[in-house]
Design a protein around this ligand. Structure first.
Ligand code: AMP
Length: 417
């Protein structure tokens, strides 16, 4: 038997209904903030991700599904959405007007070659938003508020919002210099990965999960990003924190938060949920003021987030908020063969009137048909056979009370309502 690949999963009913509910809620929710959907391809030129996510990041160095197509071009299954959205915006000149806002959301699968575990797959889904065209800290706040309120709308309680600032280019330079001075005498105690990161992209040292490296990071001498922030960056960050408070969002400042992508500037954030264990981040994001320009676009302030849908679903299930599926209203039962066709035709009328209905397609015992109705958790069973036909009527059973009534065919819809 051929099975799904490690780290990939089938999403089956009834869970798929919960997925639909999450996706539908997100779409409606984002629309209320003025966002429109963008759909980009699942694969892009490899260069797009190497240049945006950053060369010494885990994603680029270890996790990309990269392959050559038949013309020998290097392509990569998208590991995240932001770079793709930026590429599409530039290609279609969506950011052409300086100062104009562009608000986009996306939904879809992402691919990373990671070690699979609970809440970590090789194909996983993200719901993300990108807001282009402003450097204002208020935009950072709105994006964070939007993420938290969406989780709340879905019934996800018990969230923590962790926040940090990576500052602007200047702050980053200061921080990198401070880190270099701090790590230089420790180089031999760092893992080989970190020694490589030290050379290539020192900020990425902070992504390391190696316990020996982490011990070094916990030294009181370890430079902090906060102490490297320029006045302007500090001001931006403080406005974000103050406004979050005003908006009623509780947060925790987390100086260790770096997030694994190079393009972030200023505010970065992550939302975690306690039920998720080691992989507890249900979503994260931040500001990226240089990315559009780095790809040849106009200087464009931007901020966004991505939610991990699998983790969101896991957390909702843990809270018992997993009833996405509406049971069908009507299940038809046929006492004889002729009724099969009559029911198929009649079920269409009900569906047209907005009532969900299912029928059988071949002769089955009444017992088997009733079992099917029970399995579907149908509210009503509509039965017909020779006796009912003779009177132009059907027998209706209320599955909750067990009460049966005979009604004429043209009254079915009313009786059910
Ligand atoms: P990132 O694109 O790394 O900022 O991730 C944003 C969110 O996507 C995370 O907070 C997770 O919820 C989710 N995510 C990232 N990688 C994976 C993965 N391998 N499997 C499942 N969810 C993931």
């Amino acid at each position: 038997m051929i099975k799904a690949l490690r780290g990939t999963y089938d999403i089956l009913p009834p869970e798929s209904a919960l997925w639909q509910k999450v996706e539908q809620t997100a779409r409606e929710f984002f629309a209320k903030y003025g966002y429109s959907e963008i759909r980009t391809p699942a694969f892009e030129r490899t260069e797009l991700f190497v240049r945006s996510i950053g060369e010494a990041t885990d994603i680029v160095e270890k996790e990309m599904y990269t392959f050559q197509d038949r013309k020998g071009r290097s392509l990569t299954l998208r590991p995240e959405g932001t770079a793709c959205v930026v590429r599409a915006c530039l290609e279609h000149k969506l950011l052409a007007q300086q100062g104009a806002l562009q608000k986009l959301y996306y939904l879809g699968p992402m691919f990373r070659y990671e070690r699979p575990q609970a809440g970590r797959q090789r194909q996983f889904y993200q719901i993300g938003v990108e807001l282009f065209g402003t450097y204002s800290p208020l935009a950072d706040v709105e994006v964070i508020v939007m993420m938290v309120r969406l989780f709340e709308r879905l019934g996800l309680e018990g969230l923590s919002v962790n926040i940090n600032s990576l500052g602007d280019k200047e702050s980053r330079k200061i921080f990198q210099e401070n880190l270099r001075n701090f790590f230089e005498p420790e180089l031999n105690n760092l893992c080989p990965d970190c020694r490589h990161r030290f050379e290539k992209n020192i900020l990425r040292v902070l992504d390391c999960k190696n316990p020996d490296c982490k011990k070094i990071f916990s030294s009181p001498e370890m430079p902090t990003m906060k102490s490297s922030l320029t006045e302007e960056a500090k001001q931006h960050y403080e406005t974000v924190l103050e406004t979050l408070e005003k908006a009623g969002i509780s947060y925790k400042e987390d100086e260790k938060l770096v997030r694994g992508l190079d393009y972030y500037t200023h505010t970065i954030f992550e939302v975690t949920h306690s039920s998720l264990g080691a992989q507890d981040a249900v979503g994260g994001g931040g500001r990226y003021n240089n990315l559009v320009e780095d790809f040849g676009g106009p200087p464009t302030g931007a901020v966004g987030f991505a939610i991990g849908v699998e983790r969101l679903i896991l957390a909702l299930k843990d809270l018992g908020k997993d009833n996405g599926e509406e049971p069908v209203s009507v299940c038809f039962v046929s006492f004889d063969e002729k009724a099969l066709t009559e029911n198929i035709v009649f079920a269409e009328k009900l569906r047209k009137a907005g009532i969900s209905a299912v029928t059988a397609y071949q002769k089955q015992s009444v017992k088997a048909q009733m079992r099917q109705a029970n399995n579907l958790d149908a509210k009503w069973v509509v039965m017909r056979g020779e006796q009912e036909r003779a009177k132009n009527s059907v027998k209706i059973k209320n599955m909750e009370t067990g009460k049966e009534t005979i009604v004429s065919e043209d009254k079915i819809e009313n009786s059910i309502r």
